[in-house]
Ligand binder design. Sequence first.
Ligand SMILES: Cc1cc2nc3c(=O)[nH]c(=O)nc-3n(C[C@H](O)[C@H](O)[C@H](O)COP(=O)(O)OP(=O)(O)OC[C@H]3O[C@@H](n4cnc5c(N)ncnc54)[C@H](O)[C@@H]3O)c2cc1C
Length: 344
Amino acid sequence: MPRVKQASKQKRTTKAATVKVLGAAGLGLSLASSASASTMPAAGIPQPDNTSPNQRFILGEEEMADVRRKHEYYGTRGVPTEVLDAAALKKLEPNLRDGMAGGLLVPEDAVLYPPCGARFLIERAQKHGAEIHVGISVQRMGACRVTLTNGREIAGDRIVNAGGAWASELTPGVEINKRKGHLVITDRYPGFLRHQLVELGYLKSAHSVTSDSVAFNVQPRRSGQILIGSSRQYGAEHKEVDHEILRRMLQRAQEYMPGLGPLSAVRSWTGFRAATPDKLPLIGPWPADESLFLATGHEGLGITTSLATARILVDQITGAQAEIPIEPYLPVRMHKDVVSTISD
Ligand SMILES: Cc1cc2nc3c(=O)[nH]c(=O)nc-3n(C[C@H](O)[C@H](O)[C@H](O)COP(=O)(O)OP(=O)(O)OC[C@H]3O[C@@H](n4cnc5c(N)ncnc54)[C@H](O)[C@@H]3O)c2cc1C
């Protein structure tokens, strides 16, 4: 398991804005061999806490079927993907464990370093006249007015609550649950990992809303560092690292990439995803206040979907024809629930 060193001594920054990682590819993976259960290289590999080797074999069969389904799904939407067999997968990512059944290669996928993306967008907004206030909290917002904790008031015809997992503190009635996640970043190991790798079971664990879960998800940074994720926890409101869930997460990562074990980690930290009850983001006008729009509730996809979110908001605020169907994301669905609960 990677040893976590002190961040202050080891932390380094990357310069990349958007990192297209060696062919800009993402891979979805199927853990178990599809040949037979006996080909599972189970010895020496830590087992997940709650699955037996047989369950994992069944999961592998399911996952390979998922690989083919996803390949077809992406194909009908013009996104190129490639189904990989075990040998092709091993060639692309030699540090993956032996015995993998295969994977799905998404050649146009890319890894973004979010702080650089945010800085790029802020600088562009400033060129268009945006004023940025940092280090000051918003006390309240609504009715064409934002009040900061230093007492300053900012007036505006349109206000967007993009408070992430804290959005409901500013707009009562918006139901957002905090979903805690852990991440680990390693020291620099250039060439160890070439693509973002995601366990296909990640989607299943991401959609579970009742139990804590971990799944294998690693991303290479251009610096050679490896970002290891990830976990999902409900009802954990404190931001401290939970060592038991971190242990499970790293164990899961080593099941897929045993070579991660001896690597040094330089930092581990947590964050909160903003989860909505129906698992869809809230983008658009808040019916109780004509001046207020929401852009929150993106759970684990808010970076990927940030530009599409902005597009949807801009279209709604300017009254332009929507480029993306907006109905599933409109906050009115949550407002209806609130109104009907009150009147019941
Ligand atoms: C472990 C983990 C892994 C993830 N991996 C991915 C990934 O691989 N891909 C992906 O697309 N997404 C990922 N996400 C999700 C992604 O980080 C979020 O979806 C995204 O950050 C949401 O953006 P946001 O701007 O809506 O909210 P946030 O990024 O949470 O920003 C909200 C901001 O509002 C500020 N704020 C709140 N209240 C106030 C207030 N009263 N006054 C002033 N400021 C306030 C907060 O401080 C915060 O800075 C991950 C999340 C976690 C936790």
